[in-house]
Design a protein around this ligand. Structure first.
Ligand code: HEC
Length: 122
């Protein structure tokens, strides 16, 4: 029987939910999760993005489509979620590394991060 390591991830996720629940309405939520425990079971897309993807996708490093850049994302979003997940897992040579360099991310974690990027870029 293995002890599950849900604790930290769940608390983080619940904090985010709690914060999101507090605002009344559309004001932007700027909560940044403090830390990601290695191997935590539950991670939000925002958390994964901030920790692993933002370093390239915020500044648009080496042609990375920037978060919030509607024009850069449109043709990528058009590929559909499944294909975006595939290219993320495989990487896009030369500049987009396989799994966005989050090697302990599950496919679900990566998918959540992509959703976060897509939702904030259209
Ligand atoms: C080392 C820099 C770097 C990191 C880290 C990185 N990316 Fe990227 N990403 C890129 C670049 C550059 C491209 C553009 C590749 C191209 O189209 O030539 C890209 C493209 C993408 C695309 C579009 C792929 C497509 O098919 O058009 C997705 C989705 C994506 N990244 C997701 C992620 C996710 C999710 C993470 C974090 C888990 C991540 N990236 C981390 C550099 C990075």
């Amino acid at each position: 029987m293995k002890q599950l390591k849900f604790g930290v991830g769940l608390v983080g996720a619940m904090t985010l939910v709690a914060l999101a629940g507090c605002g009344d309405g559309g004001s932007s939520i700027t909560a940044t999760p403090g830390s990601v425990a290695a191997g935590a079971a539950v991670r939000s897309g925002e958390e994964v993005y901030n920790n692993f993807c933002a370093s390239c996708h915020n500044p648009g490093l080496s042609g990375a489509p920037r978060l919030g850049d509607v024009e850069a994302w449109a043709p990528r979003i058009a590929k559909g979620d499944a294909l975006l997940l595939e290219t993320t897992i495989a990487g896009v040579p030369p500049a987009m590394p396989p799994r966005g360099m989050c090697f302990d991310c599950s496919d679900e974690d990566l998918s959540a991060a992509i959703q976060y990027m897509v939702q904030n870029s259209q």
